[in-house]
Design a protein. Structure first.
Ligand SMILES: Nc1ncnc2c1ncn2[C@@H]1O[C@H](COP(=O)(O)OP(=O)(O)OP(=O)(O)O)[C@@H](O)[C@H]1O
Ligand SMILES: [Mg+2]
Length: 209
């Protein structure tokens, strides 16, 4: 049975695809049979990214495929060790479907209350719909300073949710890596790769713990 990780958010552009690609790469590198399901058929950014990855010759290769719904993606999960559900830009009925399928639901968020508050409301909605709280976690993305990270973490904790260890700083190099079909653990800067790897490893620990 594959581990299923869902990436959802209230707002668009928060880092769902960025994190999903990073976890896919690290899991595949660790020898797992991985598929990244791009559930945004309108944008298809992860499918496009994977085309760039194949062109770049980066290893390891894994599978990235476009699906209309989470349940369609699940049907292709038989032979997999890990299925990642990269959700559509905004919260919708697809969000609940992803959360129902997932063993771990990751919601990236920036540090401002403008970002955090609506994100917490999405998790409240999922809990109300029956998703166990311990399957939900936040990933802090586009963080500026350690103090900002600490403030965001305590804001989320006060709302009753978990935050993954580590955080992703806002850096053009992460975008450049993405432009070249690479993941956030494959930038030119070991320090940035390590930051990304800490956050991703925290997802793996949650899945295994
Ligand atoms: N930490 C970061 N530093 C710099 N750029 C980042 C960072 N995280 C994400 N980005 C960039 O921000 C943009 C949005 O990120 P991404 O596509 O991962 O978000 P998303 O939540 O999947 O968006 P959508 O809702 O449209 O699917 C991308 O161009 C990505 O490269
Ligand atoms: Mg996306």
């Amino acid at each position: 049975m594959a581990q299923i990780v869902g990436f959802i958010s209230q707002k668009g552009g928060v880092g769902k695809s960025t994190l999903a690609r990073g976890l896919s790469r690290e899991a595949a590198k660790g020898g797992l049979n991985v598929k990244l399901a791009d559930l945004d058929t309108q944008q298809g950014t992860s499918v496009d990214w994977y085309r760039r990855r194949l062109d770049s010759g980066a290893l390891p290769v894994f599978s990235v495929e476009s699906f209309k719904t989470a349940s369609q993606a699940l049907r292709s999960a038989d032979q997999l060790d890990m299925l990642l559900l990269d959700g559509p830009a905004r919260a919708s009925s697809a969000t609940l479907e992803i959360a129902q399928a997932a063993t771990l639901v990751v919601q990236p968020s920036g540090a401002s209350v403008d970002d955090l508050r609506p994100a917490i409301l999405v998790f409240h909605e999922l809990v109300k719909a029956g998703i166990p709280k311990d399957r939900l976690c936040f990933a802090l993305c586009r963080i500026g300073t350690d103090a900002e990270e600490a403030d965001s973490r305590s804001y989320i904790e006060q709302a009753g949710y978990m935050t993954l260890q580590g955080s992703l700083p806002e850096r053009p190099s992460y975008r450049q890596a993405s432009n070249a079909g690479l993941s956030i653990t494959e930038t030119r800067y070991p320090q940035l790769n390590l930051r990304a790897d800490t956050l991703i490893q925290s997802m793996v620990d949650k899945l295994n713990g």
